[in-house]
Design a binder for this molecule. Structure first.
Ligand code: 13P
Ligand code: SF4
Length: 430
């Protein structure tokens, strides 16, 4: 794996500089080097599932103080400590790293991948006493649900959440479900299809995965969303899709569902803000959620990239808004993007619409291509960025001492039905 000695901010600015009109500026300077300053701020601040300036959901654990030694250690000291702890622990620990993690962390991962691959990876390491998940809160929860009884799942910084995941909570989804049941009834049609199937994106709390398991539903990731929607349409007349409206809309549109049959559900409004007629005609009801990182990509950026680099291949993540996906050459999960670049002939130019750490890594790994991020002002996923090597060193050294810190543990009443929905997801291969 390619790693770099440049600081993260410097690297980000280099990649940003490829985009037409780029200023090379980042929207969150300083995020890279001292994320602990956000750990204990009063709300609005960071918390599991929260992004910059989002309120912390009630009753969530907060990141405690990271011991000073891990904040002040140099990069080389942290590197030595992490490597030594990993060597001592051997097979007792497995480190999983999402593609959006910074290279400084990815270099220690035993598995690097997208959400679907990392969920599978959690299943394949029964020998490990501890799974250290370098990703965000919902990924660690999923790993805990899939992992064995005796395994502990650790999120190095509890403040690594996902703002999109927080846009749907169990109370709002239960309320929506009750309103829909009143409208549609609960009886299947002549083909045995129930009125509505709940589908939650992997980027959601364990509660919501449990809700899907209890109500005949399923989990999807961005790599198997189309397979999952097919599964759902075989069993239901329509789908309630949460929390990401864009993934839901882009996937259903590609399957031929007309936009007028995809009303939005805004949990703050009666009937989600749609009319009864719209909901009766619906095939996919889209929750009002989005990713703040992918929402930044625009058609104007694609037009600028095409003007500056004729023949450029534009690939975006399906969390981008529909006009962006429509204007791109292709759209797919992080793994799709990785594979498309790996398969391209040397000398291809790519403009990528996804999180900068992945774009930056691909640009480093494939110097035979020109690869840049579509956005000229770079916004990393601020919550993925919470996993600094200082936290990783801390949780590993605690494990060496026989202590499990920052454990993510999903209670059985949630985990059992969530596992049902996750097993359905794992069977729906991309
Ligand atoms: P992938 O499933 O493509 O890895 O995406 C996860 C994510 O959080 C994207 O924002
Ligand atoms: Fe959540 Fe978006 Fe970050 Fe993915 S990139 S973890 S969806 S905030």
């Amino acid at each position: 794996m390619t790693t770099s000695t440049l600081s993260v901010d410097t690297e980000i600015q280099l990649i940003a500089a490829g985009a037409p009109g780029a200023t090379g500026s980042t929207c969150t300077p300083g995020l890279a080097d001292g994320p602990w300053v956000f750990d204990l701020q009063p709300a609005p601040s960071y918390g599991p599932g929260a992004s910059l300036a989002d309120p912390i959901p009630a009753d969530t654990p907060r990141q405690g103080v990271l011991p000073e030694v891990y904040k002040t250690a140099s990069k080389d000291e942290l590197d030595a400590r992490i490597r030594a702890a990993k060597a001592t622990l051997g097979d007792r620990v497995v480190i999983l790293g999402h593609f959006y993690q910074r290279d400084e962390v990815v270099q220690y991962a035993d598995f690097v991948g997208d959400s679907f691959q990392l969920a599978n990876a959690a299943l394949t390491v029964p020998q490990a006493e501890a799974i250290v998940f370098c990703g965000v809160h919902f990924m660690a929860e999923t790993a805990d649900i899939l992992a064995g009884e005796s395994q502990s799942v650790i999120l190095p910084n509890l403040a690594a959440g996902c703002s999109m995941a927080d846009m749907a909570d169990i109370d709002s989804v239960e309320e929506a479900w009750a309103q829909l049941a009143e409208l549609y009834g609960t009886e299947p049609d002549a083909d045995g299809r129930v009125p509505v199937i709940p589908v939650t994106y992997m980027n959601s709390s364990a509660d919501l995965k449990g809700f899907c398991g209890r109500n005949g539903g399923i989990v999807c990731t961005s790599s198997n969303a189309a397979t999952v929607l097919e599964w759902a349409f075989e069993r239901g007349q329509r789908v309630l899709f949460f929390p990401d409206q864009h993934l839901g809309r882009n996937t259903a549109k590609a399957m031929g569902v007309p936009l007028e049959q995809m009303p939005m559900w805004n949990p703050r409004k009666e009937l989600g803000g749609s009319t009864e007629a719209e909901l009766l005609n619906a095939r996919v009801i889209l929750w009002h959620g989005f990713c703040s990182v992918h929402k930044r990509f625009s058609v104007a950026q694609i037009e600028r990239a095409r003007a500056a680099y004729p023949g450029v291949q534009v690939i975006v993540h399906p969390e981008c808004p529909m006009p962006v996906v429509d204007a791109a050459d292709s759209a797919g999960s992080t793994d799709f993007i990785v594979k498309a670049i790996a398969a391209a002939p040397a000398g291809t130019t790519f403009a990528i619409g996804t999180e900068i750490n992945l774009v930056q890594r691909l640009a480093n790994e494939y110097p035979q291509h020109t690869i840049f991020c579509l956005d000229d002002v770079i916004c990393p996923c601020s919550t993925m960025y919470r996993i600094h090597p200082g936290y990783l060193a801390w949780v590993l050294e605690e494990l060496v001492e026989g202590r499990v810190v920052n454990q993510i543990s999903v209670s059985a009443d949630v985990a059992v039905p969530a596992r049902v929905a996750l097993d359905r997801m794992l069977a729906a291969r991309p």
